[in-house]
Design a binder for this molecule. Structure first.
Ligand SMILES: C[S@@+](CC[C@H](N)C(=O)[O-])C[C@H]1O[C@@H](n2cnc3c(N)ncnc32)[C@H](O)[C@@H]1O
Length: 457
């Protein structure tokens, strides 16, 4: 039976690593991605989406639950991507020069979306139950289940790329890697450069495209009634760094372009960085007043095939729907990345994170491969302290779905990071870690010696 949406195709297609060049059902519009098949001259009919993962991510997060909602939440989260030999006979050739960049964009497939419907409106955790259009969010549940993450490039080794600050789970099919180049990828720097974008055309972009270059961190991805469990959201006590800040502190040398553009980092970008949205062009709403665009009541029941384009309407993020579009921005605004108020002033506070003495002890044992732990130690973290930071970062961002946050407050929450299986509960304004046990099935890396845990800092 043919699944109803291309999303279903996309997610299903990548469940099996052996699957190659999967044609998706022709969508109503032309779209094409050529698969980077080694030496193959690939042709395709318009409307077919042909992709082949360049590799499958080895990540310290084994499941969606507890995985940060954006990469900047947890700087210690690590992963490794090995370029497959079926893509390039000599994978290392394809990575030549990449080590000169400090950050990379990772394009990937949300292959574990689970339920495969795609709604026009979603409920980002940051909105605590309010809805907004899927394209104004970073929800994994989108017409094409493609994710975009800006990760720190720790090092390149042969045909493998070692990353940190990631928000993808183990086994995620990766479609592409691109270097982060601030001059190209940041509105501020686009304007300052003498490249192909001018102030004027950037302003035009902002005016015409103000609806939904999805740069919100939304996460829940709670797709409305019936969908019980969703995924984490992102606010963090751990102060995430902008790409620029991270670059300047990093050991990698950025490109000239990237280096030049590190010097200016407008305040809105810092805020965006906290949301993991640090460097894609932002053309959302200004934080000044809302402007309504009504939608028909029936729209919330429509899936992606039925209707697009109408903006969601939200009274300051408190109503059932999201804030509306902002009025045309002033000329100066084009020089800055802008995000809606509901992103920068989300109603969900970051949490204080506590560890019970028992949990502290567990963590110590796990880090040292101590009693009851067998030979398990961390594969990605370099120390118990690092594991602790990562757990704190994940929890302070309140990884619960809106459903859990509102209706199951007293339930225990579990997640796994690296080899640590964490049990905690949430109280008013805090999360408390109760137990940390070795995960039964620790995240595997293909070679212990090449574990991202051995990354230099
Ligand atoms: C909100 S998305 C954001 C991803 C990316 N930064 C973006 O903006 O497209 C991150 C969440 O997606 C979920 N996730 C990560 N990898 C996934 C995968 N392979 N399949 C399905 N969901 C995934 C995790 O729950 C994680 O918290």
């Amino acid at each position: 039976m043919r699944p109803p949406t291309s999303n279903r195709h996309l997610a299903a297609a990548w469940t099996s690593p052996s699957r190659r060049l999967t044609p998706l059902a022709p969508p109503p519009r032309a779209c094409s991605i050529l698969a980077p098949s080694a030496g193959t001259a690939t042709t395709q009919a318009p409307g077919n989406l042909l992709t082949e993962p360049i590799g499958y991510l080895e990540s310290c997060f084994s499941a969606k639950n507890g995985t940060p909602r954006q990469p900047s939440i947890c700087s210690h989260s690590r992963a490794c991507l090995r370029i497959r030999k079926s893509i390039f006979n000599n994978p290392e050739h394809s990575l030549m020069g990449l080590e000169q960049f400090s950050h990379v964009w990772i394009l990937f497939v949300f292959h574990k979306n689970g339920h495969l419907s795609c709604k026009a409106k979603v409920q980002p955790p940051r909105l605590n139950g309010a809805k907004t259009g899927v394209f104004s969010t970073r929800s994994p549940h989108r017409p094409n289940a493609i994710g975009l993450t800006l990760a720190k490039l720790e090092r390149v080794e042969g045909g493998a790329v070692y990353l940190s600050g990631i928000d993808m789970i183990h086994g995620t099919p990766v479609l592409d890697i691109k270097p982060y180049i601030a001059d190209y990828d940041s509105p501020q720097n686009v304007i300052e450069s003498s490249g192909e974008f001018t102030l004027q055309n950037n302003q035009d972009k902002l005016k015409t495209g103000s609806q939904s270059e999805g740069n919100t961190d939304s996460c829940d991805w709670q797709q409305l009634p019936g969908h019980k469990e969703s995924q984490p959201c992102c606010r963090s006590k751990e102060k995430p760094k902008s790409p620029e800040a991270r670059m300047s502190g990093g050991s990698n040398v950025g490109s000239d372009d990237a280096a030049n553009s590190q010097q200016s980092s407008p305040e809105p970008r810092e805020r965006a960085a906290e949301l993991g949205e640090e460097s894609s062009p932002k053309v959302a709403q200004e934080q000044s007043g809302p402007r309504s665009q009504e939608e028909s009541p029936s729209e919330e029941h429509e899936d992606r095939r039925l209707k697009r384009g109408a903006g969601a309407v939200v009274p300051e993020g408190r109503g059932p729907e999201m804030p509306p579009r902002a009025p045309p921005r002033a000329a100066g605004a084009a020089q800055r990345a802008v995000v809606p108020a509901w992103v920068s002033e989300a109603p969900v506070a970051s949490l204080e994170v506590r560890f019970t003495p028992h949990a502290e002890m567990d963590l110590g044992h796990l880090g040292s491969g101590g009693p009851g732990v067998g030979q398990a130690s961390f594969k990605y973290f370099q120390s118990a302290e690092e594991a602790r930071h990562a757990i704190e970062a994940v929890l302070s961002a309140d990884p619960r779905s809106v459903y859990r946050r509102k209706l199951c407050q007293d339930r225990l929450f579990y997640f796994t990071v690296d080899t640590a299986h964490v049990t905690c509960w949430f109280g008013d304004g805090f999360a408390e870690v109760l137990r940390i046990k070795p995960a039964f099935e620790p995240v595997q890396t293909s070679k212990a010696a090449e574990s991202p845990g051995s990354l230099g800092s």
